[in-house]
Design a protein around this ligand. Sequence first.
Ligand code: NAP
Length: 260
Amino acid sequence: MPTFTPDILQGQVALVTGGGTGIGKEIARTFGRHGARLCIAARRQEVIESTRQEFEQEGLECLAVPCDVRQPDQVEVVLQETLARFGRLDVLVNNAAGNFPAPMAGISYNGFKSIVDIDLLGTYNFSKAAYDAWLGEHGGNIVNITAPFEQMGAAYQAHVAAAKTGVNSLTRTCAVEWGPKGIRTNAIAPGAVAETEGLDRFGSVGDNSGRSGPLGRAGSKQELANVALFLVSEAASYVNGQVISVDGGSGVDGLKMPMP
Ligand code: NAP
């Protein structure tokens, strides 16, 4: 039984960065299954094109535009192509991100900069471009996919933690500055999400399986997408500027005591 009515996003247009794979792909698919027309944008043309075809076979309408979120001129092209094809934009999901586990002194100068450029600047680039092109005049929703590191030291994640903490800050500033324009901006901080590139990359570092968390398992991509759908729906019409943890309670498990 579906959680939401299938027409909850009917007539809307959603743009998902990094929407060709992983969590972004599931968010895009879920939005599509609830009525939205889609644009997905990422660097690898063959990946987004294959996802676009998969979506079209499922009956979803999808545009795929290659783009590096670090390049404002490419970002603006994605907005132009989305508006040319669909004539509107209702939802932006800033999901594209890079990651590799490394101790702080082991990250190269360029590696650290690269993650900040993709995660933080990329989120800024797309948010600003979407605001200028459409959202500033018409309102809408922005959802930033961040990470659960703002209040903790995150070994092997210095670059990601710094970048995503900046994204959380941007989320709150957008909420305050753009709320009066009818734009709600929120963020989702996932815990461990099963069957994702993100989690695969951490196989060898610490316990990232989610098994040690209160629910004893990792989350699913669908569970993340459900929260994204809630946030952009009218059900969340008074939710703005929040970073919502979707982590099975791992973030509030202060003592991490094994339970019987
Ligand atoms: P993923 O499959 O690797 O997704 C990342 C996407 O971003 C890819 O589609 C990638 O496509 C795109 N991307 C990377 N650099 C880009 C760039 N410069 N320009 C445009 N697109 C770019 O990983 P995921 O695990 O689903 O992660 C999705 C989001 O969830 C990320 O924001 C991540 O930080 C967050 N997250 C994930 C987990 C987890 O357990 N998986 C936990 C916490 C947070 P291209 O390479 O083709 O560009």
